[in-house]
Design a binder for this molecule. Structure first.
Ligand code: ADP
Ligand code: ADP
Length: 236
């Protein structure tokens, strides 16, 4: 089963031109799938379809076995708990510590708040902080971190709910080259360690070369090509 499958998808915004046209694509389990294209190519629209924020004008969307556009609000929330998102600007809460920011998705999702569950959540947060190398900074506030460390917090927060699918929207566009390499390495480690399927939207070819298995090239709403990325192509 494909974590993401689009068949014949068109998206036209009200009063706008076609943002996606006749798009067919499937993402394989455990794959790191790149989506590349200029501004306006339709990349954000693709992510909005996957999270169920918008419905296709035409065609079919399947995400983790569900059609997000047809789900009730409750079932859409359940689907979204299976999807982690890493944002371009990270969006950490400035008044909360690193640990509190990472714990946030569990706090929101947790209905039963018995002591055993809180302890399990605490262990998972600690595990994620170790995974991203920030266990020593757990009590720091976002303003006290570097840009790369903040993005690591964002990745820990996205992974703490053990998502089957991780969506990354321009995850390195605000980072310098050296920090970019280490953040991308971390995404690849997440796939190796947890088997997470990852979709990375980027305009940066270096991102694609460093971590993607395949890349979809979008141009003005059309999927021009899907390319295999040669294993071991040199990071640039
Ligand atoms: P990208 O993420 O690749 O920059 P988008 O998916 O944001 O591309 O946009 C694709 C096209 O859809 C663009 O022409 C954009 O102007 C248009 N578009 C995006 N969002 C909206 C919206 N909410 N309403 C109307 N048009 C939109
Ligand atoms: P548990 O012993 O809690 O049942 P699992 O067997 O589900 O753990 O997973 C093995 C290890 O990998 C655990 O340490 C778990 O926290 C971690 N793990 C599993 N899946 C994910 C994921 N998608 N994201 C982050 N961590 C995960």
């Amino acid at each position: 089963d494909h974590p993401v499958a689009l068949t014949g998808v068109d998206v036209t915004y009200p009063g706008g031109a076609a943002a996606l046209r006749a798009v067919d694509l499937t993402v394989d389990p455990g794959e790191i799938f790149g989506v590349i294209g200029e501004s306006g190519a339709g990349k954000s629209t693709l992510l909005s379809l996957i999270t169920g924020e918008i419905a296709p004008t035409d065609g079919g969307v399947r995400v983790l076995g569900e059609d997000p556009a047809t789900l009730s609000a409750a079932r859409l929330r359940a689907l979204r708990r299976r999807i982690g998102v890493v944002f371009q600007g990270v969006h950490l809460l400035s008044g909360r510590t690193v640990r509190q920011n990472v714990a946030l998705p569990l706090a929101i999702a947790g209905q039963r708040r018995d002591r055993g569950e809180r302890a399990r959540h605490g262990e998972r947060v600690d595990e994620m902080l170790r995974f991203v190398g920030l266990d020593e900074r757990a009590e720091a506030y976002p303003a006290q971190l570097s840009g790369g460390q903040r993005q690591r917090v964002g990745i820990a927060r996205a992974l703490v709910g053990r998502p089957e699918l991780l969506l990354c929207d321009e995850p390195t566009s605000s980072l310098d080259a050296g920090t970019t390499v280490s953040v991308l390495d971390l995404l690849r480690e997440a796939r190796e360690r947890f088997g997470t399927t990852i979709v990375v939207v980027t305009h940066d070819l270096a991102v694609v070369r460093q971590i993607c298995d395949r890349v979809a090239l979008f141009d003005a709403g059309a999927l021009r090509d899907i390319l295999e990325v040669a294993p071991g192509s040199a990071p640039v």
